[in-house]
Design a protein around this ligand. Structure first.
Ligand SMILES: Nc1ncnc2c1ncn2[C@@H]1O[C@H](COP(=O)(O)OP(=O)(O)O)[C@@H](O)[C@H]1O
Ligand SMILES: [Mg+2]
Length: 572
C-alpha cells in the first residue's frame, strides 16, 4: 500500500509537470511554425500515463484495503478478547462488561484508523511535497525555497494547533461518554423511574449533562474555527507568494509560460491537500489516544497467570487440603487467617454460617478465582497455584447461587457443561434437574432464548439449568453455593434424589442456608468470621448444643412444617 499510495500521489503531483510540457510544446510549435502534434506527442503520452497511473495505483491500494482492513480489525479484536479472557475475577469486578466491550471495538477501530491516517493522509502528503520541491528546484531555486519555508512553518504551526485543540477535544469526548453513561444508567433503572413516577425528573436530570456536552462541543468547534482562519490565510499567502514570485521570475525571462503554469497549479494542489492538515493531526492524536487508553485498560499484566508449562491437574481421589491459608480481598480486612482444612476423597461437606462469614470465598479460592496471600491449597497433593487453571476448573463443577446464562438457547446453555453431549444427554440431564418440565412449557422449548444473563427465567429455573449443566459436566469435585436457595421446598425435595445421585463418588462441598438441606452430609463445618467454630455431622452438632443446634432450632421454628417433611424423607 505504501508503494501504491506513493505512486498515486506522485502521479497526481506530476500532472502540473505534464501540463507544463504541453504548454511549452505548444509555445515552441508556435514559435517555430512547425506542425504541433509531433512536438506535443511525448507530453501527451506523459499526461495520459499519469492519469492512468492515478486510476490504477489508487484502485490497487483500494483492493488491498478491502482485503486487509476488515481482517486487521478482526485480528485486533480477537487478540484483545483473548487477552481479556485471562484476567482474574477481581479485574472483572472492577471493570464493567459494557465498557470493556466498547473499549475492544473502539481500540480495534482506532488501530485501523490510525494506520489508515498515516497511510492515506500523511504518507501521500510527504510524497507530494517532496515531488513538488524537486519540480520547483528544477525550475528555479528561489521558488522552491519559498515553498520549502512555507511548508516548514505551516506543518509546525498545524501540529502545535492540533496539540492545543486536543485538550478541548478530550473534554468534549469525556462529556459525550458521560452523557451516554447517564443514559445507560437511566435506561437500566427505567423500572425505578416508572415505579416512582420520575420520568420528568429523569429527563431534567439528563438535560444538565446534555448542556455540559453542548458547551464543550462549542468550545472545541470555536477553536477549530480559529484554526481554519489560520489555514485559509496561510493558503492565501502561499498562493500570492508562489504566483507573485513566479510572475517576477517570468517577467525577467528566466522562466517559460509552461513553468509558470506548473508552479501555479502545484501550489493549488498542495493547498488543497494541506488545508486539512490540522484536522488530520487532531484525528491521528485521537486515534492514538484511544489505542493508548484501550491498551492501558486491557493489556495490563494478568493478575493470576499460569506459570510457563504448568502441568495439568491429575485427579485420582479428589482429596482437598487447605494448609494455613490466609486471604483478604482488601488489605487489612482478612477473611481467612491460617485456615486449615482437610477434606477426604469422597467426603460430603456442608458449610453453614452467617452471610459474610467467608463460605463463598472458600469456594472462590478453590477455583483459584482469587489467590491466597499465604498458605497452600492442595488437591490430591498438587498445589493448585502450580497447575494450569483450565485443568483445575475442568475438574470442578460449581453451581453458584445466582447462575448466569448466556443469551443463547436453553439447549446450548445446558450443553455448556459438556460441549460434545448429544441432545438426548442434554435432555436427560434436564430431566434429572427437574428443568425439563418448565423448559417444555416455554414457547420454543429447548430452543428458547433466555434474555441477557437469563433474565427471562426465574431464579429457581436458572438454578435448575445450572444443575443440569453440572450433571452433564460430571466433574470429580462438586461445589454448590446455595444452589437450591431459590427453589421452593417441594421442588428442592424432588431434586434431592438427583443431587444425591450426582454426589456419588465425588468430593462435595455444599453451602446452604436451609439447614435441612445439609442433614445428610458426612460433616458440617460451621463458619464464623472466616474460622471454623464447630464441625461434625448433623446429629453430633445437634447433640453438642452449640451454634448449629441453635440455628437449627430457630429455622425449625420458622419453617416447622417445611423442614419436618424434608427431614422425614431423608431419615427414612
Ligand atoms: N469481591 C469481593 N471484594 C471484596 N470483598 C469481598 C468480595 N467478595 C466478598 N467480600 C467480603 O468477604 C467477606 C466474605 O464474603 P463471602 O465469602 O461472600 O461470605 P458468605 O458466602 O459466607 O456469605 C464478606 O465480608 C464480604 O463483604
Ligand atoms: Mg455466599
Amino acid at each position: 500500500m505504501l508503494i501504491f499510495e506513493a505512486g498515486q500521489a506522485g502521479c497526481s503531483i506530476l500532472l502540473p509537470y505534464a501540463i507544463k510540457q504541453i504548454m511549452d510544446g505548444v509555445a515552441a510549435a508556435q514559435a517555430s511554425q512547425q506542425a504541433i502534434w509531433p512536438q506535443l506527442e511525448p507530453a501527451l503520452w506523459l499526461f495520459g500515463w499519469l492519469n492512468l497511473g492515478i486510476v490504477l495505483f489508487s484502485r490497487a491500494s483500494g483492493a488491498i484495503l478491502v482485503m486487509l482492513g476488515p481482517a486487521m480489525r478482526r485480528k485486533v479484536r480477537r487478540e484483545l478478547f483473548a487477552y481479556l479472557q485471562h484476567h482474574s475475577q477481581r479485574y472483572f469486578l472492577t471493570h464493567f462488561a459494557g465498557s470493556l466491550a466498547n473499549r475492544i471495538s473502539e481500540t480495534s477501530m482506532s488501530v485501523s484508523h490510525a494506520l489508515w491516517s498515516l497511510m492515506f493522509d500523511f504518507w501521500p502528503l510527504i510524497i507530494s511535497f517532496s515531488v513538488s520541491l524537486i519540480l520547483l528546484f528544477n525550475v528555479h531555486t528561489d521558488l522552491a525555497m519559498t515553498l520549502a519555508i512555507w511548508t516548514g512553518i505551516y506543518v509546525l504551526i498545524s501540529f502545535l494547533l492540533a496539540l492545543r485543540c486536543r485538550i478541548y477535544a478530550k473534554k468534549y469526548a469525556a462529556a459525550r461518554s458521560l452523557v451516554s453513561g447517564k443514559v445507560v444508567d437511566s435506561v437500566t433503572n427505567i423500572m425505578n423511574a416508572k415505579l416512582f413516577a420520575r420520568r420528568e425528573y429523569e429527563r431534567a436530570y439528563l438535560d444538565d449533562f446534555l448542556d455540559l456536552e453542548v458547551n464543550s462541543a462549542r468550545k472545541t468547534y470555536w477553536y477549530m474555527e480559529r484554526i481554519r482562519w489560520f489555514q485559509f490565510i496561510a493558503a492565501m499567502l502561499l498562493m500570492f507568494g508562489v504566483v507573485g514570485h513566479a510572475l517576477l521570475i517570468w517577467s525577467e525571462n528566466c522562466m517559460t509560460t509552461g513553468e509558470f503554469a506548473m508552479a501555479a497549479s502545484i501550489s493549488l494542489l498542495l493547498i488543497e491537500q494541506a488545508r486539512s492538515l490540522t484536522r488530520r493531526f487532531l484525528e491521528l492524536f485521537e486515534y492514538v489516544g484511544n489505542v493508548n487508553d484501550g491498551v492501558a485498560r486491557i493489556i495490563k499484566p494478568h493478575e493470576i497467570p499460569d506459570s510457563l508449562n504448568a502441568p495439568g491437574l491429575q485427579i485420582e481421589k479428589a482429596k482437598i487440603q487447605f494448609d494455613k491459608v490466609s486471604f483478604a480481598y482488601n488489605q487489612g480486612k482478612p477473611v481467612f487467617k491460617q485456615l486449615n482444612l482437610n477434606i477426604n476423597s469422597g467426603d460430603k461437606i456442608g458449610l453453614v454460617g452467617f452471610s459474610g462469614s467467608g463460605k463463598s470465598t472458600l469456594l472462590n479460592l478453590m477455583l483459584r478465582l482469587f489467590e491466597p496471600q499465604s498458605g497452600r491449597i492442595l488437591i490430591d497433593d498438587q498445589n493448585i497455584n502450580l497447575v494450569n487453571q483450565e485443568s483445575l476448573r475442568d475438574s470442578i463443577a460449581m453451581i453458584p447461587q445466582d447462575p448466569m446464562l448466556f443469551h443463547r438457547s436453553l439447549m446450548e446453555n445446558i450443553r455448556y457443561g459438556r460441549l460434545e453431549a448429544s441432545d438426548e444427554e442434554v435432555i436427560a440431564a434436564a430431566q434429572k434437574a427437574h428443568a425439563h418440565e418448565f423448559i417444555l412449557e416455554t414457547e420454543d422449548g429447548y430452543e428458547s432464548l433466555v434474555g441477557e444473563r437469563g433474565v427471562k427465567l426465574s431464579g429457581g429455573q436458572r438454578q435448575r439449568i445450572a444443575l443440569a449443566r453440572a450433571i452433564l459436566k460430571n466433574a470429580p469435585i462438586l461445589l454448590l453455593d446455595e444452589a437450591t436457595s431459590s427453589l421452593d421446598s417441594v421442588t428442592e425435595k424432588h431434586i434431592q434424589d438427583s443431587l444425591a445421585q450426582l454426589m456419588e463418588n465425588k468430593t462435595v462441598l455444599v453451602i446452604a442456608h436451609r439447614l435441612s438441606t445439609l442433614s445428610r452430609m458426612d460433616r458440617i463445618l460451621v463458619f464464623h468470621q472466616g474460622e471454623i467454630i464447630e464441625q461434625g455431622n448433623h446429629q453430633q452438632l445437634l447433640e453438642s448444643g452449640g451454634h448449629y443446634a441453635q440455628m437449627w432450632r430457630m429455622q425449625a421454628g420458622g419453617f416447622l412444617q417445611d423442614t419436618a417433611d424434608v427431614v422425614e424423607k431423608w431419615t427414612d
